[in-house]
Design a protein around this ligand. Structure first.
Ligand code: GLV
Ligand code: MN
Ligand code: MN
Ligand code: MN
Length: 423
């Protein structure tokens, strides 16, 4: 049955939608065919406004805000036994540069809606519930993504990315310090679980970002795990030359070597089963002038697979493959992100499945192709996720869409799962 019927009934789909649309105004962009998207990179002024908005909404219903050294933002519902480990729920508020209105932010606002519903319904929880907005999940401005959750989980030291720069040369460490100074009025909390207790459980609501739920006419994805990801930065250094005078035989052309490298990588990444994901999508060329031979090229690799053995074997072969393919350039390959495939805890997976069934929603178990902060909670505590359908599976695109009704169903499932986990 429904564990907390009053709380589930108190979930207000319109209120959740109105908050989503208010957030979508912070960084609003227009994509192809007028699609209303969002560009809100982490630690930019718009991200700060979004955080203030969230803090205000949380305080208005009695939640206590706090911020840690990575800028992870928490809103706490104390529960009946505030000394117990908290149930953690949330996602991220930063977006891709050409992103949609739902990726990340919905998981934070669904958590707020679910906790507000629990409080309004007077549903008692023994455990505290903490809503979290993780810093820099996307990794679009500062690579890699998931910095906040990785530091929280002790997967990486908190200063690991201080020297990472964005497209304008701004250091992550400086942008973070500036933000923390602007948020000096918000109580600070210790980072992560080292000095504190482990969370009791973690559950993250997120749009599917793929086509499965819509295609099968389902309401809820019961997420069973997340495939592994590895990110690399490749730097090729040749020599600039005059496009009209330098003979091809004497050139050390970084773009031509990049073509050789990517061609060889495409062979390495061949997969008849079509499970493997391999993406080169960010390329910087210098001097970036049509009549100067390219001196340097920097390009990114995003490689993913659900099988740790494949992730390791092919990922480890990337550098040697590039070195063998390149003819003239110096090669530097840096690994910037390494997330192992993660399997969610049966306790949380079953709680999500039970909640969906009890509410009469059509659900199925599925893995996640996208990575999420939830991946880094798996070693800390029983963890899981709730997916809702994405129209045509579109994400990382202004055309991203899930309907108010679909998102309300997701928030109702989350409310029941939180009530159960925090009981
Ligand atoms: C995160 O946005 C991802 O690329 O999976
Ligand atoms: Mn996301
Ligand atoms: Mn994303
Ligand atoms: Mn993501």
């Amino acid at each position: 049955g429904i564990v907390a019927p009053n709380a589930v009934a108190a979930v207000d789909g319109q209120r959740q939608w109105d908050r989503l649309m208010a957030m979508a105004r912070l960084g609003a962009i227009t994509g192809a065919d007028g699609a209303p998207g969002v560009n809100r990179p982490c630690l930019c002024p718009l991200d700060r406004e979004a955080r203030r908005l969230l803090i205000g909404w949380g305080e208005a219903i009695g939640l206590e805000p706090s911020v840690d050294a990575l800028g992870n933002l928490f809103l706490r519902h104390a529960g009946k036994e505030p000394g117990l480990p908290p149930v953690l729920t949330g996602s991220h508020m930063d977006s891709q540069p050409s992103g949609g209105r739902f990726d990340g932010i919905w998981g934070v606002l669904a958590a707020l809606e679910a906790v507000q519903a629990l409080r309004e319904a007077g549903t008692a929880t023994r455990h505290p519930i903490e809503i979290v907005a993780w810093t820099n999940e996307e990794g679009g401005r500062f690579a890699p993504g998931c910095m906040g959750s990785m530091a929280y989980a002790g997967h990486s030291p908190p200063d690991a990315w201080d020297a990472v720069t964005d497209g304008e040369g701004i250091r992550f460490g400086d942008a973070l310090a500036e933000q923390l100074a602007l948020e000096a009025d918000i109580p600070r909390r210790p980072l992560g679980v080292v000095e504190r207790m482990r969370p009791h459980a973690y559950v993250e609501a997120h749009i599917e970002q793929g086509p499965v739920l819509e295609a099968e006419g389902l309401d809820i994805g019961v997420v069973t795990g997340i495939q592994g990801s590895r990110w690399f930065l490749v730097e090729l250094t040749g020599e600039s030359a005059h496009a009209g005078t330098a003979p091809l035989s004497t050139r050390r052309d970084a773009v031509q070597d990049m073509v050789r490298a990517i061609t060889a990588l495409n062979r390495l990444m061949e997969d008849p089963t079509d499970v493997l994901r391999f993406t080169v999508a960010r390329i910087e060329v210098a001097p970036n002038s049509s009549n100067s031979v390219a001196e340097t090229v920097r390009f990114t690799i995003d490689f993913r697979h659900p099988d740790a053995a494949v992730l390791t074997a092919r990922g480890d072969a990337i550098e040697s493959t590039i070195r063998q393919a390149v003819r003239h350039c110096e090669v530097a390959v840096t690994e910037r992100f390494h997330a192992l495939p993660a399997e969610f805890a049966p306790a949380v997976v079953e709680a999500v499945a039970r909640a969906a069934a009890a509410q009469g929603l059509a659900a199925k178990r599925m893995p996640s192709g996208a990575f999420h902060d939830a991946q880094f909670m798996v070693p800390l505590c029983p963890s899981g996720m709730v997916f809702v359908p994405s129209r045509r599976g579109i994400s990382h695109n202004p055309a991203e869409y899930s309907s108010p009704e679909q998102l309300a169903k997701g928030a109702r499932v989350l409310a029941q799962v939180l009530a159960e986990l925090a009981a």
